[in-house]
Design a protein around this ligand. Structure first.
Ligand SMILES: C[S@@+](CC[C@H](N)C(=O)[O-])C[C@H]1O[C@@H](n2cnc3c(N)ncnc32)[C@H](O)[C@@H]1O
Length: 207
């Protein structure tokens, strides 16, 4: 029920954030992608508009049927992209080891059940030197008052927002999974409630 509603109104709910910052972050982050690319948890396809024509093959993975339906509708406008759709979770990616040059994870690692397992799967499917391109909202490590509110609200938020967690330390999780961070921006995601604003976006390389 919530996942159907989320899929139907996802683009509408994020509209303000997209206009205020997310579109810019997506555009800058994805502009230099090339080779074989996997996007995990691609949702309604918010990144489709920003994929450059240097991509060889784009695999769009999404486990949720309602999101897939929205994605299919949007994909019709992007027939120039060399894209295929895959049904799998980030914790169990149904492709061989070393099969991608890049993995894209935007607003995903807040939602997966097991971020460490998802990151170890991302590491597995990336080729040596392959890169993880991420945009994630995270715990407010440098703002104790906000972190306190994130912890208080998270139990309810998770239920209403399809398992979205507010207190994940995604930067530490990326490092623990065996990546080095090449570029990172720590910014406030404008256009969303204060508890969701602390964000990181950038590129991590498989060691
Ligand atoms: C907040 S949305 C982000 C959608 C899109 N990536 C974006 O940037 O707008 C999270 C997406 O991750 C998907 N998802 C949830 N759990 C997942 C998992 N374990 N593995 C992969 N995708 C998952 C959801 O169905 C949803 O489409």
């Amino acid at each position: 029920m919530f996942s159907w509603l989320m899929a139907k109104y996802y683009d509408y709910m994020l509209r303000d954030a997209e206009e205020k910052c997310l579109k810019d972050w997506r555009k800058i982050l994805l502009q230099d992608l090339s080779g074989d690319v996997l996007e995990l948890g691609c949702g309604t396809g918010a990144n489709l508009a920003f994929y450059p024509n240097t991509i060889n093959h784009l695999v769009l993975a999404e486990p949720n049927l309602s999101m897939q339906q929205q994605l299919d509708l949007k994909l019709k406008n992007y027939s120039h992209l060399p894209a295929s759709v895959l049904v799998c979770t980030a914790e169990s990616i149904s492709t061989p080891d070393n099969s991608f040059d890049a993995v894209v994870s935007t607003l995903l690692l807040c939602t997966v059940n097991n971020p460490a397992l998802a990151l170890s799967e991302i590491h597995r499917v990336l080729r040596p030197g392959g890169k993880l391109f991420f945009i994630e909202h995270v715990a407010a490590q440098n703002n104790p008052e906000r972190l306190k509110w994130q912890k208080r609200i998270e139990p309810f938020w998770k239920i209403l927002q399809c398992n979205c967690h507010l207190t994940r330390d995604t930067e530490a999780n990326i490092l623990q999974a065996g990546f080095i961070i090449q570029k990172i921006n720590r910014q406030s995601m404008r256009g969303v409630p204060a508890i969701v604003r602390p964000s990181i976006w950038g590129i991590a390389e498989k060691l």
